[in-house]
Design a protein around this ligand. Sequence first.
Ligand SMILES: [Zn+2]
Length: 296
Amino acid sequence: MFKLKHLKGRTSVLMGPTNVGVYKINDYDCILIDTCHFDKIGDSLLKTLKNNFLNPVAIINTHFHGDHIGANKLIKKNFRSKIYAPTIEDFFINNVDYYPLFVFSAKHFSFMNKFKDYAVSPDFPITPNQEEIKIEDIVFKLMNLKGHTPNQKGIVTPDNVVFIGDSVVGEPVIDVMKFIYTFNLQDDFDTKERLIDSNYDLYIPSHGNVTKDITAVIQKNMDNIMRNMDFIRESLVEAKTMEELMVVVYNRYGYTQELVPYYVFKSCIMAYISYLEHKGEIEIVFKNHIPAYKVK
Ligand SMILES: [Zn+2]
């Protein structure tokens, strides 16, 4: 499931469902960037680390999503790894059963109860203005990548290679994704601009291929976002409640009847509406006592 690929100097990546960064300190010890999912995928990551004689002394998390922190507890239990995580994100890593709050507006449904079994406290917070972290005398520069989540960080290894979390979706994944979850679209756009202005040798998105040319990949991501934005604008020429808008969007994109994707998708749409409202393009009206959204 995971394939170890050497990138540059001491930096490698375990290509998998979520790419896991590996920075080797010596022949045995290493530092991981993110840990992918829990359950079977986490078990597979653990097996891959052992098969490659890798001993993670630390984990740096880019953000709190379950496919990035899922195996934190398992890895920490097996290797006594120290966990570093950005503030705000660290609360949800420690309180995994609260993070569905971002898509549900109340306690999550019962089938998500098992999330709490994977909660583990990060050992060291990465504070908002912190520009680097030092682990075992190795300095990793940090990049502000907020937008996808409130305080996502990019992790730059001493080889000038940056792990960019979910700030950009790599190829070929971007070609099949219709909507990408974003908490704050304006922050996400600012982050993408900073990435275009940056000058790293290699960029590793958490999903998709490693690239030298981040600008081309960002252009594909932005084309996707702008297509969605135009569709939402067109759909809201007449006022629609969120549920009415979801029906229109589902008719176009053909999503299946699945509970979690529905709520995640709805949160994505709300991020677009919030962005357009802040820009003054959308007004909120009431239809039969229910809030509805309409292009001005
Ligand atoms: Zn994410």
